[in-house]
Ligand binder design. Structure first.
Ligand code: ZN
Length: 99
């Protein structure tokens, strides 16, 4: 079982590298959200959201930012790179997208 897990992890890390994206550290995470053109009203770092991809409740402030080879930056799920969800995949916690 553990072997399978490690192998899957290896594949994920490999896929991650192949996409040539690198995680960048954001010093002021709230400012980064406020400046992001994605939001008219940026969420707070303490807000809880539900990720459509990994279906976990995440804290907005735990988000990760990845920079792709072309220079574009993406706000990703805190569970990245295992989860490929990004900020647009986050829903309100009480929103039920299963129905
Ligand atoms: Zn996720």
């Amino acid at each position: 079982m553990i072997g399978v897990f490690i192998f899957k992890f290896y594949l994920l890390t490999r896929a991650h590298k192949l996409k040539t994206m690198e995680e960048i550290l954001i010093k002021d995470k709230q400012k980064y959200l406020d400046d992001c053109p994605l939001y008219e009203h940026a969420p707070k770092l303490t807000d809880k959201k539900k990720c459509l991809h990994c279906r976990q409740i995440i804290t907005v402030g735990d988000y990760k930012v990845f920079r792709y080879k072309d220079g574009s930056e993406y706000i990703c799920c805190p569970n990245a790179p295992q989860c490929n969800g990004s900020a647009i995949d986050w829903f309100e916690v009480d929103e039920d997208f299963d129905s």
